[in-house]
Ligand binder design. Structure first.
Ligand SMILES: *[C@@H]1O[C@H](CO)[C@@H](O)[C@H](O)[C@H]1NC(C)=O
Ligand SMILES: *[C@@H]1O[C@H](CO)[C@@H](O)[C@H](O)[C@H]1NC(C)=O
Ligand SMILES: *[C@@H]1O[C@H](CO)[C@@H](O)[C@H](O)[C@H]1NC(C)=O
Ligand SMILES: *[C@@H]1O[C@H](CO)[C@@H](O)[C@H](O)[C@H]1NC(C)=O
Ligand SMILES: *[C@@H]1O[C@H](CO)[C@@H](O)[C@H](O)[C@H]1NC(C)=O
Ligand SMILES: *[C@@H]1O[C@H](CO)[C@@H](O)[C@H](O)[C@H]1NC(C)=O
Ligand SMILES: *[C@@H]1O[C@H](CO)[C@@H](O)[C@H](O)[C@H]1NC(C)=O
Ligand SMILES: *[C@@H]1O[C@H](CO)[C@@H](O)[C@H](O)[C@H]1NC(C)=O
Length: 598
């Protein structure tokens, strides 16, 4: 009697443990039908879940495009402008396969979390000046899903989701803490190219704008990052084309006014070459010497040797063939881009830091996987910041290795009077500013050739960078910033964003821009930061970033020095060595080779 009681107690607690690892079916949605017949369901998110400002509403929800396509979004009302008179801005991260929760929680959203898990309000959140809509796309990315199923992932096997038979975490599902509820990895229901992804984003917007027209009355803006150098031009060109169509089913014209892109991946032919320029000649502005002569020569040959990266990309551009572009991109990623990671041990999104880099803070991932937040936001699945199979799907068409009309589409947007604002944090290697600068020249917007770089002026009186602008087109280099610029330079990012959506000049924010506006200054941005913010030790993962010094907070560094020989730092070194080894292995296994462009 007693024994069986104990046994059933153990069984019950095991069961709770097992079930606790999966996400219960969410409830409490409001259902509406938006424009173009798109169904959306939303949930009011209580104050304190991310947005803590009193009276500022937020909601989460899904656009239910079809029975196997549920696109997640998180909306925040504007803080300091009446939300029914504020513009609407969409933010989308890159990848392909990266979640827009990265932007929300690490860059420009209302809250962030230190690595100790403490939530804090972001005073430089972009919803200070605009209604903000963060969308996870395509299906399978972040919190968007085809069908919610139990599963687990194993980082050593490429982190693909393995589906489980039921809501139990079996012995073989290791590591156990990866058990959870995932989107069924249905490759046929996700997009395999930028253009293919455009339609569902348009539909999601139709659904949201129709269900909540009060938030979309005062102009539409699109902001993106990284692979967004592909997404933003192509999606918005698609929106303009949809606007011109006569829709039978009550579609709504999108009043597109500006497109802003942070460290974009626009043109692989230019940007793979920029990896050489950033590391070798003329080099980065932090005095970082990454390669010895041997590796420099090897890299040069990998790029320019006959049949190598540049030749392959040119073949891709000339033929447009999926297999050629896919092959070229894999070659260039492995032989031109990735040597940086392997040789330097530095973070390719912020070359000032060694890997693993504790910035931007990553604790939001655990936050989004907590029962309290899952319940409050109505999530159907667990959260992951990156979905491997979506990147792989794009890989099959070589989308990453081709220009995919990005430059032409930027020109097209400009012809339609849309403001196009490009900027790049200059410590990022992945989508580095040297490449971005050449892309901006290639756009060749009227007047740009005669414009020069002018110093940025912001309210904090600090020189955060330089802008070259002609008419509604601009390119800005941001100093002391990695890939996710709003994390590193929140003041400048918010002010630049506000200028971009307001049609003001980017350098000062004082002039309403017309077609003839030009910045005055040198054709090259020559300022060099030097190495004062370059780190030579791995920074402890509980550190904070000091925005006044553009470096880890002093206490973190002192602690690192104090513990240099300690077990803790040794652990960090081991982790770094293991990370390097994993990368080497990944390089050998071709299918793991795809890089993320967050
Ligand atoms: C998924 O969510 C459940 C329920 O909150 C949680 O117990 C589990 O740890 C999460 N799994 C992952 C991989 O985050
Ligand atoms: C977490 O870190 C922040 C920033 O260093 C600090 O202000 C806060 O007190 C810490 N919270 C806890 C619970 O340790
Ligand atoms: C942004 O809005 C919050 C809440 O209204 C406010 O506290 C903060 O000062 C604002 N930030 C800026 C830079 O104005
Ligand atoms: C790289 O440097 C060369 C030589 O200065 C220059 O012609 C080219 O435009 C640069 N390309 C990039 C992408 O920076
Ligand atoms: C150059 O650097 C590579 C990679 O770090 C290293 O393997 C090689 O031994 C170095 N060569 C010389 C001549 O120092
Ligand atoms: C990409 O997706 C489209 C539409 O689903 C399909 O027709 C095409 O064959 C796919 N391309 C590849 C290389 O799988
Ligand atoms: C910074 O540059 C100075 C002068 O070139 C050099 O002596 C020093 O070692 C460098 N420090 C780092 C962290 O690279
Ligand atoms: C930080 O590193 C320690 C030691 O390696 C590890 O136990 C801990 O989980 C890490 N914390 C985070 C937030 O990554």
């Amino acid at each position: 009697m007693r024994i069986s009681c104990v046994v059933s107690l153990i069984a019950a607690s095991l069961l709770t443990f097992a079930n606790g690892q999966f996400v219960p079916e969410p409830t409490g949605f409001t259902h509406k039908t938006g424009y173009a017949g798109v169904s959306v369901r939303t949930k009011h998110v209580p104050q304190g879940i991310c947005e803590t400002t009193p009276g500022v509403k937020s909601m989460t929800g899904y656009a239910d495009i079809s029975s196997r396509e549920h696109i997640f979004f998180w909306f925040f009302e504007a803080r300091d402008v009446d939300p029914s008179h504020a513009p609407l801005t969409v933010w989308i991260n890159g990848g392909p396969g990266s979640s827009s929760m990265i932007g929300l929680f690490q860059e420009n959203g209302p809250c962030q979390l230190y690595n100790n898990g403490t939530l804090f309000s972001n005073p430089y959140s972009w919803n200070n000046v605009s209604n903000m809509l963060y969308i996870d796309q395509p299906v399978g990315v972040g919190l968007s899903y085809s069908k919610a199923v139990p599963g687990y992932t194993n980082p050593n096997y490429g982190s693909n989701t393995v589906v489980l038979p039921d809501n139990q975490c079996p012995d073989y599902a290791q590591p156990y803490d990866t058990c959870g509820t995932y989107s069924l990895p249905d490759i046929t229901k996700t997009a395999n190219s930028t253009l293919a992804a455009a339609e569902n984003v348009w539909k999601t917007l139709q659904g949201f704008m129709g269900a909540y027209p009060q938030y979309a009355r005062n102009g539409f803006h699109f902001a993106s990052e990284s692979y967004g150098g592909h997404y933003a031009p192509v999606f918005n060109d698609y929106f303009l084309k949809q606007n011109e169509k006569h829709h039978k089913h009550g579609a709504h014209k999108i009043n597109l006014q500006s497109v802003t892109i942070n460290n974009g991946w626009y043109d692989p032919l230019i940007q793979y070459q920029a990896y050489y320029n950033f590391t070798v000649q003329p080099g980065n502005t932090y005095g970082l010497q990454i390669y010895n002569k041997t590796v420099q020569d090897e890299l040069y040959n990998n790029l320019y040797g006959p049949g190598n990266c540049v030749d392959q990309l040119q073949q891709c551009y000339a033929t447009g063939r999926d297999d050629v572009c896919s092959y070229a991109d894999n070659f260039c990623a492995a032989y031109v881009e990735e040597p940086f990671d392997v040789v330097s041990g530095r973070d390719e999104y912020d070359s000032r830091e060694l890997s693993p880099d504790p910035f931007p803070y990553n604790a939001y991932v655990q936050y989004l996987n907590s029962p309290q937040v899952q319940e409050a936001t109505g999530m159907s699945t667990n959260y992951s910041d990156s979905t491997v199979y979506v990147g792989d799907a794009f890989g099959t068409t070589g989308d990453d290795g081709r220009e995919s009309m990005t430059i032409q589409d930027i020109r097209h947007l400009l012809e339609h009077g849309v403001t196009v604002t490009l900027w790049a944090g200059d410590a990022d290697y992945n989508c580095n500013w040297l490449g971005g600068q050449v892309v901006a020249e290639e756009v060749n917007h009227q007047g740009y050739a005669s414009a020069g770089f002018a110093d940025l002026q912001t309210s904090d009186q600090i020189k955060h960078g330089q802008t070259r602008q002609a008419g509604r087109f601009s390119f800005t280099r941001i100093y002391e910033a990695g890939h996710e610029v709003p994390f590193y330079q929140p003041v400048a990012s918010l002010e630049l964003f506000e200028r971009s959506i307001g049609g003001l000049d980017i350098a000062t924010g004082k002039t309403k821009v017309n077609d003839h506006y030009l910045t005055d200054g040198p054709k090259q941005s020559t300022y060099r930061e030097g190495n004062s913010t370059v780190q030579v030790d791995v920074i402890p993962n509980d550190s904070t970033y000091d925005h006044s010094t553009n470096a880890p907070s002093k206490s973190a560094i002192n602690k690192a020095e104090a513990q240099l020989s300690s077990h803790f730092v040794e652990q960090q070194r081991l982790q770094l060595a293991a990370a390097r080894e994993r990368r080497r292995r990944a390089q050998r296994a071709r299918k793991d080779r795809r890089r993320r462009r967050l």
